[in-house]
Design a protein around this ligand. Sequence first.
Ligand code: HEC
Length: 110
Amino acid sequence: MRQRKLLISITLFSVIAVCQFPVMAADAEAGKQISQSKGCVGCHGANGISAEGTSYPNLAGQKEAYIVKALNAYKDKSRTAQLMNGMAAGLSDEDIANLAAYYSSLKPCP
Ligand code: HEC
């Protein structure tokens, strides 16, 4: 019985931990710097929310793994969008991980 309680506690803690702290390895602060130096902010906004009336997608709060996948797809051109193929071409795996950590950490609503 005690073991079962312990198991339930560990399981609950793991679920909470995973939800609260998605991936700690990538560096969101470095991602913020890259978003400024590479000009991502120009289209996707300073807080990951793009300007009204544009067709640029919001990135704030997007799933980290999805951002990694999207940027890699633009980089290897399996996803084509002229603007983004050019932007992603110069990103390293580390840049992509850090950008994904940064954008996923932002609040989806301002
Ligand atoms: C000149 C404007 C522009 C700049 C600069 C730009 N983007 Fe984009 N981005 C776009 C557009 C437009 C799309 C949608 C393209 C499409 O149809 O796939 C997009 C799509 C994306 C997506 C996929 C979103 C989704 O929901 O699938 C990600 C991730 C992304 N951009 C990240 C970045 C990052 C990181 C940078 C900086 C390195 C950057 N973008 C710079 C215009 C821009």
